[in-house]
Design a protein around this ligand. Structure first.
Ligand SMILES: [Mg+2]
Length: 108
């Protein structure tokens, strides 16, 4: 599950930011997110095929790269970002515990 970018990949992201600028790259991030949205919609609105799954994986890779580029552009510290994710998981786990508890009560 862990995605790590090599120093060469981070350097390429910085070069892209330097060449095209933050506004363009932010726009590209939006575009890649939209492409992932469409790929996911196709998976569930049409008959799934190996190609639709391949397209989802391809768009997820695009989105991962662009999100990493946005973290670089906005100077988001890795440790602070991981703490933010941990906080989100804590919220999710509390929500899940509550939901599961409610489901058990409904069955009893
Ligand atoms: Mg794409």
């Amino acid at each position: 599950m862990k995605i790590e970018f090599t120093p060469a990949q981070v350097s390429a992201m910085q070069t892209a930011l330097d060449k095209w600028g933050l506004a363009a790259q932010a726009g590209q991030t939006v575009e890649e997110c939209a492409e992932l949205i469409v790929a996911l919609q196709k998976q569930f609105n049409r008959t799934p095929t190996p190609e639709t799954i391949e397209n989802i994986v391809d768009e997820m890779a695009d989105v991962e790269m662009m999100l990493a580029q946005m973290r670089l552009a906005f100077g988001v510290d890795d440790e602070a970002f991981h703490e933010r994710i941990e906080s989100k998981f804590n919220k999710l786990n509390k929500y899940l515990s509550k939901e599961i508890s409610n489901e058990r009560e409904a069955v009893l």
